[in-house]
Design a protein around this ligand. Structure first.
Ligand SMILES: Cc1ncc(COP(=O)(O)O)c(C=O)c1O
Length: 461
């Protein structure tokens, strides 16, 4: 047996780590990182910044897909976790004051009367719990979600995720799910009309779909339709929640109160894995309010002391530092810088967002010369992943970490910590302008270097 110690793992260089990934984790992930020249060995993270082993400093504008609202390793959150490290983290035979306090505080900041919460460990689990609650509380089966939605990849969450290529290999999924176009009220009403729907699940802004904002009156109208046809409204605020879009919850922008809110990502300041769904007393009691039902939905790790302590401190910081307000002002500042670039640079198709959840959509590019060399493979990359190539350029030339959206890789999302400085926002806007104003040169270079890895990648599939 050849067991590796933590100290040995911490001393591994990128090459060794890649090898172990290839042998024991996901080999194609490593190939893609190499292709886009992403992989680094990061040795330190603090606030908006991370440092590699060569001492280079990077700006993290991906923020773990929105989980790092407070930045990396916020000292107050780390301290809160340390403060409880002598307590039992899980015991299961008692009530836990720290989890109870987090549920209390969530009820304080939630819109409406969403005062009962359930804790789990990820976004997908939060969605699973919300869908189950909708079915058990209403006694109905049907669920409606939207095309382009992303709700996670476990079986139930995947069933309501609106991307066919993620779903196809795993059929049959959870039955009785209908998907309608996001923003289309007519299709929504048709799907609800038979009054057989347990719940509609929506993101207030579609994140992985490409930072898609719905039409202005969409959420309030969907709320009314749900009332009219006696369906619950679940809002998946896993990415939009806790200040990201300029409000504590994105639904507050539209003054809509759902029946269930799902959270995860930023809920513990990016320090511990956590997820939750919150609902009304009435719905909770309908679902799990009797002795034969109170244990129908449980989680071993859900509500553990350390994650709950991190959550408590995160909410305190969110409220004390008025991060939602900061996000609104900083997001507007960044949008004001980025919006004039649309029209000015042909590669940039659109810029959109709310608060510090901003998407830049790029026109798919033709790879020209490099493509001829790779028998069409580079063109495939160019058309589907132009955003990813811009992202690579941001990292390699300007030391900015960003990410493309999962369901639409031609969109780059900027989701920096809400504590980001105006100076860093300006730096990123200037870097983007620098890249897209020279787009021909960088695309050809990127496609050229991508050729070899690409060929082997596509041959395999
Ligand atoms: C809106 C939304 N819902 C659900 C999820 C799934 O969360 P997790 O990856 O923690 O399962 C995500 C993750 O990106 C998300 O953005």
């Amino acid at each position: 047996m050849n067991l590796v110690s933590l100290d040995q793992a911490l001393a591994w260089d990128v090459k060794k780590t890649r090898q172990e990934y290839k042998n024991h984790l996901n080999p194609v992930f490593v190939q893609m990182l190499t292709l886009l020249s992403y992989d680094r060995r990061f040795v330190k993270a603090e606030g908006v910044y991370v440092w590699d082993d060569k001492g280079e400093k990077y700006l993290d504008f991906l923020g773990a897909f929105g989980a790092l609202s407070l930045g990396h390793n916020h000292p107050r959150v780390i301290e809160a976790v340390n403060k409880v490290n002598q307590l039992p983290n899980y015991l299961q035979v008692n009530t836990n004051a720290v989890a109870a306090a987090l549920a209390h505080n969530l009820a304080e900041i939630m819109p409406g009367e969403l005062e009962h919460s359930f804790f789990c460990n990820s976004g997908a689990e939060a969605v699973e719990g919300a869908l189950k609650l909708a079915r058990i509380a209403t006694g109905k089966e049907k669920l409606i979600s939207t095309l382009g939605a992303f709700h996670g990849k476990s079986m139930g969450a995947l069933s309501v995720t609106g991307k066919e290529s993620y779903q196809r290999p795993f059929q049959p999924l959870v039955p009785q799910v209908e998907q309608v176009p996001y923003g289309d009220l007519e299709s929504m009403e048709k799907a609800l009309a038979a009054k057989d729907v347990a719940a509609v699940i929506l993101e207030p802004i579609q994140g992985e779909g490409g930072v898609i904002l719905p039409p202005a009156d969409y959420l309030p109208q969907v709320r009314q339709l749900c009332n009219k046809y006696q369906a619950l409204l679940i809002l998946d605020e896993i990415q939009t929640g806790l200040g990201r879009t300029g409000y504590n919850f994105a639904c507050e922008h539209d003054k809509v109160v759902p029946d269930i809110i799902c959270l995860a990502k930023a809920l513990s300041g990016g320090v511990m894995p956590i997820g939750s769904f919150s609902t009304t007393k009435d719905l909770w009691n309908k679902a799990y309010g009797t002795t034969d039902k109170y244990l129908l939905h449980t989680s071993t790790f859900g509500g553990n002391t350390r994650a709950a302590a991190a959550g408590l401190e995160t909410i305190s910081i969110l409220v004390e530092e008025e991060l939602a307000h900061q996000s609104r002002e900083k997001g507007q500042h960044l949008l004001n810088k980025l919006l004039p670039m649309v029209g000015k640079y042909p590669i940039l198709k659109a810029v959109r967002g709310r608060g510090l959840m901003i998407g830049l959509e790029f026109h798919p590019q033709q790879a020209n010369l490099a493509n001829k060399l790779s028998g069409g493979m580079v063109d495939k990359l160019a058309q589907e992943f132009t955003g990813a190539l811009v992202q690579g350029e941001m990292l390699n030339k300007h030391r900015i970490i960003s990410g493309f959206t999962l369901n639409n890789p031609n969109v780059i999302r900027l989701e920096p910590p809400l504590t980001v400085s105006y100076e860093d926002l300006d730096y990123v806007a200037d870097a983007l302008e620098n890249i897209i104003s020279h787009n021909k040169g960088f695309l050809n270079a990127a496609f050229g270097s991508a050729k070899t890895t690409l060929n082997s990648l596509f041959k395999r599939s």
